[in-house]
Design a protein around this ligand. Structure first.
Ligand SMILES: [Zn+2]
Length: 210
């Protein structure tokens, strides 16, 4: 079984057309590899975040590690508020970055290993397009309490879980793909927690309309 810890809670504050504050969720997944404990990041902050900030988040966590101990990162989608710290991860050898290619391939940093597939016993990556038309992915983690779904911007916050056709906050590229993917998440058996891209983690069992 794996553990999940939210290092930085996402948020979305839209204050007029020119003022959007949108820190993305940064999540640590801890699991036992073949020989040692592995520390995996799901999404990696923005291009404005620093490795010092990541170390501060990690020092507030139950784990005694720094950004150099991160073994790999899975990126839900290649937008710059989710990829910024990947170039600092893993110390001298670097961390392996797992992400799909993107219509935003011209954006930096862009060092994904698109030819490698992530594999770990209690961690599953599924394709959940919608926020981007074709390249988004979500990470499902098997924990002792149930499945934790880390969904990136497929769901900005719990409003988009409650109403899978809510596109009012930040419109997805493809509405039908987005609502279908949200439905996929919503119907996962034993779903215990959802970590959205720009809001606090929530317990889906508390939502009224499931
Ligand atoms: Zn985002």
């Amino acid at each position: 079984m794996a553990e999940v810890y939210v290092l930085r809670e996402g948020d979305l504050i839209i204050d007029g057309f020119d003022s959007v504050t949108a820190p993305a969720s940064v999540t640590l997944v801890v699991y036992e590899g073949n020989n040692d404990t592995k520390y995996l990041l799901v999404d990696a902050g923005s291009i404005w975040d620093t490795p010092e900030a990541l170390d501060n988040w990690l020092s507030d966590s139950p784990y005694d590690i720094t950004h150099q101990d991160i073994y790999a990162a899975i990126i839900t989608h290649n937008h710059p508020d989710h990829t910024g710290l990947i170039r600092y991860l893993g110390g001298d050898t670097g961390a392996t970055i797992y992400g799909s290619d993107s219509s935003y391939h011209n954006r930096k940093p862009h060092i994904f290993n698109t030819d490698k597939l992530f594999s770990a016993k209690d961690i599953t990556i599924i394709q959940t397009p919608g926020h981007e038309t074709s390249h988004d992915q979500s990470v499902l983690v098997n924990t002792p309490e149930g499945i934790v779904a880390i969904v990136g911007d497929l769901m900005l916050n719990e409003k988009e879980f409650t109403d899978i056709a809510d596109f009012s906050q930040w419109p997805p590229e493809h509405n039908t793909y987005a609502s279908d993917s949200r439905s996929t998440i919503k119907t996962i058996e034993d779903l215990y927690k959802v970590i959205p891209g720009h809001g606090p983690a929530f317990d889906p069992r508390d939502m009224i309309n499931i």
